[in-house]
Design a protein around this ligand. Structure first.
Ligand SMILES: [Zn+2]
Length: 474
């Protein structure tokens, strides 16, 4: 069928009751996309970028001095590679710092636990240790049912289960509830502190940090809120099932440190025909402070910058502008993403497509989209170019695009996503174990290949991904 269709043509194929137009890429663009794939599969550029970021900058918590160094690193990289425009766009944000923490079990015997404060945690009173018996809750729902004042003088411990590993990371959202809102119920019930099982799929003694949610008034925890490793939580569960009284000592100096400056780094390849139309890609520049943020999300920054750079080296610029955004302060509440959408509100309607790489560095296995349905045949044609890389065409109405794309997607920007194999992502996520050695260079090259071909075609082809104004008003 494909062989008898002229390049660039549209033909009707009927499938059951539905008629679906089939679109064939123009030969020249298809050839360029294949050339980009070949080049990416031979290129170590993404590896060099993520190695440089994780080694020369290191951990880079949103709002920290390290994140400011990362911005300068990102702008220097953009200049060095020869992007057409390189801008640091600052915004201000409240800064939370981890400080020091200790957590020890004192009864039924003494044992050090492996824990870390959650983002937004409070400190122990006068920065001194608290020693209290724990009240064990099997699930966060059980803690939510605790009566007001019923945990005075106690430490709440919320168990749960390790996340079940999966390619999509599907178990993360539900497991995350104890991390996000558990503190609000512990505080309401009068607890001295809250300790939760880490939200992770590994059986290492690494705690997983991550941001909590503020309450409906916008307030944060006054009490220490600590996640312990899965094996530590297993241990506490077994002691509880033996009927033992369990006592913890906790000391934390975590807290808010006032308003600071963060920012996004914006690198543009200016389009040759429609420079005002923007295909936005990127990753987030900040990381949690325990590891060096290699898979979350140094890899995403490296993949998208490297893909854009391969396109920049073509003999001519694509029709549209390709914009790589290194978002700031993602981990601590999508603050860079919100700032970007606010600062660029006037040109949001010119963003024709947006997507982020923020799920590690595993092989891409699926391409999903959420664009004007008339553009689906073109997305399908792009998908066919990715098939030799082992990428399957997934759903055509899957909202998303990545965490930092949420504000743009809400404002009506079409999205696509190159889904990575996240089977081991939540082993490493937000732990001290998120380091460069976890990235497989060959899988990283496969990512860059898929991104380079997809982004080039999205920026080059004459296709509207946004609904036309008429269609939108119907
Ligand atoms: Zn991330």
């Amino acid at each position: 069928m494909k062989a008898i269709l002229a390049a660039g043509s549209i033909a009707l194929i009927t499938a059951g009751a539905f008629a679906q137009e089939r679109y064939e890429l123009p030969a020249e663009q298809a050839e360029t996309a294949r050339m980009l794939i070949d080049q990416a599969l031979e290129s170590d550029l993404a590896w060099d970028i993520v190695e440089s970021l994780t080694t020369e900058v290191g951990p880079r918590l949103g709002g920290s001095e390290a994140e400011a160094r990362a911005r300068q690193w990102g702008a220097d990289l953009g200049e060095e590679l020869g992007f057409d425009r390189v801008v640091i766009e600052e915004f201000s944000m409240p800064y939370w710092e981890r400080g020091d923490m200790e957590i020890t079990m004192n009864a039924p015997y003494t044992q050090a636990l492996y824990g870390t404060a959650l983002g937004g945690s409070g400190r122990s009173p006068r920065l001194r240790p608290i020693s209290s018996d724990i009240v064990y809750f099997r699930t966060v729902d059980d803690l939510m049912a605790a009566e007001d004042g019923s945990l005075e003088g106690r430490i709440a411990f919320v168990d749960g289960e390790p996340i079940v590993r999966s390619i999509t990371g599907a178990g993360y959202g539900p497991a995350n509830i104890r991390r996000r809102v558990g503190w609000q119920h512990a505080e309401r019930a009068g607890a001295d502190a809250l300790v939760v099982r880490s939200v992770g799929s590994d059986i290492r003694r690494f705690p997983h940090t991550g941001m909590m949610s503020s309450d409906s008034a916008g307030d944060w925890a006054d009490i220490p809120v600590i996640a312990v490793s899965n094996p530590d939580a297993d241990h506490i569960r077994r002691l509880h099932e033996l009927g033992e009284d369990i006592n913890f000592t906790i000391r934390s100096t975590a807290g808010w440190r006032g308003e600071v400056t963060s920012g996004n780094v914006v690198l543009d390849i200016v389009g040759r025909e429609n420079p005002e139309e923007i295909v936005l890609i990127g990753g987030h520049l900040d990381s949690w402070d325990l590891g060096t943020g290699a898979v979350d999300d140094g890899a995403g920054v490296a993949i998208t910058v490297a893909a854009a750079e391969l396109i920049r080296r073509l003999p001519q610029r694509p029709r549209r502008t390709i914009r790589v955004v290194m978002f700031g302060a993602e981990e601590v509440g999508l603050l860079g993403a919100r700032a970007y959408a606010a600062q660029h509100a006037a040109e949001v309607p010119n963003h024709v497509l947006a997507t982020e790489s923020d799920f590690g560095a595993g092989r891409i296995w699926q391409f999903v989209s959420n664009v004007n349905e008339d553009a689906n045949p073109v997305i399908d044609a792009i998908g066919r170019e990715l098939a030799p890389l082992g990428v399957l065409r997934g759903g055509s109405n899957v909202p998303g695009g990545g965490p930092d794309i949420i504000p743009l997607a809400f404002a009506g920007v079409p999205t696509v996503r190159l889904n990575q194999d996240g089977t081991d992502y939540f082993d490493l996520h937000h732990t001290p174990d998120d380091t460069l050695d976890k990235i497989d260079p060959e899988q990283l090259r496969q990512n860059v290949a898929a991104w380079a071909a997809m982004v080039y075609l999205a920026a080059e082809l004459d296709v509207e991904f946004r609904p036309t104004p008429d269609a939108a008003s119907e």
